[in-house]
Design a protein around this ligand. Structure first.
Ligand SMILES: [Zn+2]
Length: 132
């Protein structure tokens, strides 16, 4: 069985991965306009300020939209799976797996919370699961 591709942390994303290893979700927050965004970029996509920091998130949110992927995008993925855009309650939007058992059970408007799955020693992926 071949291994699934592993995300490679960059200077911008390393604090995100370090937090995920601890079981914490953090998202970039602009110091100038308070916008929370994802993925981390050199400048705030709202106002272009370069001054942003990672802010803790509750990891709770709502499924904005979802698709079920039936064909594995590469080795190591188990299809089918649900891939969703999650609107976080405290700001920011993440594209993430939502594991509800049956991927067809993931629907728009579903309440979810973050959950973490270790992929390697260094990389822990945020997933979302139905809020209980
Ligand atoms: Zn901004």
């Amino acid at each position: 069985m071949s291994a699934r591709p592993v995300p490679r942390p960059t200077v911008l994303s390393e604090p995100f991965w370090a937090a995920a290893r601890r079981g914490d979700l953090v998202v970039p927050e602009c110091v100038s306009c308070d916008l929370r965004f994802f993925v981390p970029e050199p400048a705030c996509p709202g106002c272009m300020a370069r001054d942003w920091r990672y802010a803790p998130s509750s990891g709770r949110g709502t499924v904005y939209t979802v698709t079920v992927v039936h064909r594995a995008p590469g080795p190591g993925f188990e299809a089918p799976f649900a891939l969703a855009v999650v609107d976080l309650d405290d700001g920011g939007t993440l594209l993430s797996h939502v594991d509800a058992g049956d991927p067809d059970d993931v629907v728009i408007g579903m309440r979810v919370r973050v959950d973490f799955r270790a992929l390697t020693d260094r990389i822990t992926l945020p997933y979302f699961v139905p809020e209980s």
